[in-house]
Design a binder for this molecule. Structure first.
Ligand code: HAM
Length: 443
């Protein structure tokens, strides 16, 4: 076959190679453990949906107007890859009408947005998230925000700020948008030209513009929290009271709007203090009481958040936390007798729950010992002609002995291997009782 063209991962996407993927796995396990202890169940939905599902995210948003990965399938249906998690969850709720209230679910999903790729901003990113549907209780907002807070803290992140705002009831929001549009229209000339078009389409987005001219011009813009109806003000106060009671620091940010249109009442974002503004949002969410109805379900309140895995890990790197060891095996079988012993021993050991690896291609003793070192194994099981003839296996301790054979080597009977290796591993294990999580143990 002749050499073909070479390919790379598409622009704005990344391969997550095994070392980094181990960190992802640990992050997801940390998230899942925490969230499931709060009564949330995992939900899987299809990666693509009818385009209409995602259009409900808001026709005025960049996500819908500019960034959707939508296409016509071979049956002529207009579908789109999911740009975020909430729309699919609410679609599933509207479809299945679960009889529990609140319906508390979590998800892990890739999300696709045709954005301009840059550090921390990808065309395929990945989110973990939660949604709780069915209850308007502000204490549910508090639960969700607290879960986000606990999650980031469990990873070891300390330099994170929680920004909080209220958008009021849907009616408050509509009234406020009118008020704000009028106010901005009077000052159109002062805004950055790139923000002017948004005064008509999505005036609230103008408020969270990062452009200096717009920020200066809108410093005194009317604040939505000064225009809340009594119901919304009570909701807002109750959430703040809950966060205070749980000692979760919060910064009120009346400019906080976020890029999706479905929010009302609580709106929040956790930002990393050590990342550039463009990539600082590590977790964001809020309440979206009208979304289920917009997707054909009964009027149903909802609240949740999504958190970008890549972003969170960037923040962890910047803070020097959540270092996860490369995956390793317990034992490495070194066989210089042709391969039968390696083939049989690795499977035998794995059947008893011991993580075992080996080399292939009948490599030299030296090459196999190097591979054993690289594997991170605690023990090498060595089978040479002498061992094979005597029904034995030599066990060498690979950790902390510089391979000095005298103090680091023993011989065990071939037919006792699994039992003896288990004993040796238990004795060699420096740290935790089994099942403990070294990543959280460190703190
Ligand atoms: P979002 O703020 O658009 O909200 O995204 C949630 C998180 O995903 C962000 O805080 C960020 O960490 C990450 N993220 C978003 N876009 C990118 C990107 N292009 N590259 C890397 N990371 C990214 C939502 O998606 C809502 N569904 C959250 C929610 C759930 N609201 C209520 N429930």
């Amino acid at each position: 076959m002749s050499a073909g063209p070479s390919f790379s991962a598409p622009v704005g996407t990344r391969d997550v190679l095994p070392g980094e993927a181990a960190r992802w796995e640990r992050l997801i396990a940390t998230f899942a453990g925490l969230i499931e202890r709060a009564g949330y169940g995992l939900l899987h939905t299809p990666l693509f949906e009818d385009l209409g599902v995602f259009q409900r995210l808001g026709e005025g948003t960049d996500v819908v107007r500019k960034e959707m990965y939508d296409f016509e399938d071979k049956g002529g249906r207009r579908v789109a890859l999911r740009p975020e998690g909430t729309a699919s969850v609410t679609r599933a709720y509207a479809q299945h009408r679960p009889q529990v209230n609140p319906w508390k679910i979590w998800y892990l999903t890739p999300a696709f947005r045709y954005e301009r790729p840059q550090a921390g901003r990808y065309r395929q990113h990945h989110q973990v998230g939660v949604e709780a549907l069915g209850s308007p209780d502000p204490d549910l907002d508090v639960e969700v925000i607290a879960l986000g807070h606990e999650y980031l803290a469990a990873l070891g992140l300390r330099r994170v700020t929680l920004l909080f705002n209220s958008l009021g009831t849907p009616a408050d929001r509509v009234a406020y948008i009118d008020l704000l549009r009028g106010w901005l229209t009077d000052r159109l000339g002062d805004l950055d030209p790139d923000d002017r078009a948004r005064v008509e389409t999505n005036p609230m987005r103008v408020l969270d513009s990062k452009r200096a001219a717009t920020r200066d011009a809108t410093a005194d813009a009317p604040r939505i929290t000064d225009h809340l109806s009594p119901d919304a003000a009570r909701h807002f106060e109750r959430v703040l009271e809950g966060l205070r009671a749980l000692e979760i620091d919060v910064v009120l940010e009346p400019r906080l709007v976020r890029g999706l249109d479905y929010y009302n009442h609580s709106l929040f974002e956790f930002t990393s203090d050590v990342l550039d503004t463009a990539q600082a949002a590590v977790l964001g969410g809020g309440r979206y009481d009208g979304l289920v109805e917009a997707l054909g379900g009964p009027p149903t309140p909802g609240v949740g958040f999504g958190s970008g895995i890549e972003r969170v890990l960037l923040a962890c790197d910047a803070e020097g936390v959540f270092d996860v060891p490369e995956p390793s095996v317990d034992v490495f079988v070194v066989d210089v007798t042709g391969g039968d012993a390696a083939r049989d021993l690795t499977v035998e050991l794995r059947r008893t729950g011991i993580a075992a690896d080996r080399a292939f291609d009948a490599r030299s003793m030296r090459a196999q010992m190097k591979a054993a070192d690289r594997s991170g194994a605690a023990l090498a099981l060595i089978v040479g002609p002498k061992e094979a003839a005597g029904g034995q296996v030599t066990v060498r301790d690979l950790r902390g002995h510089d391979h000095r054979p005298d103090d680091a080597q023993t011989t065990i009977a071939r037919d006792q291997v699994a039992v003896r290796v288990n004993e040796l591993l238990a004795a060699a294990r420096p740290t935790s009782p089994s099942g403990a999580d070294p990543a959280t143990e460190e703190r």
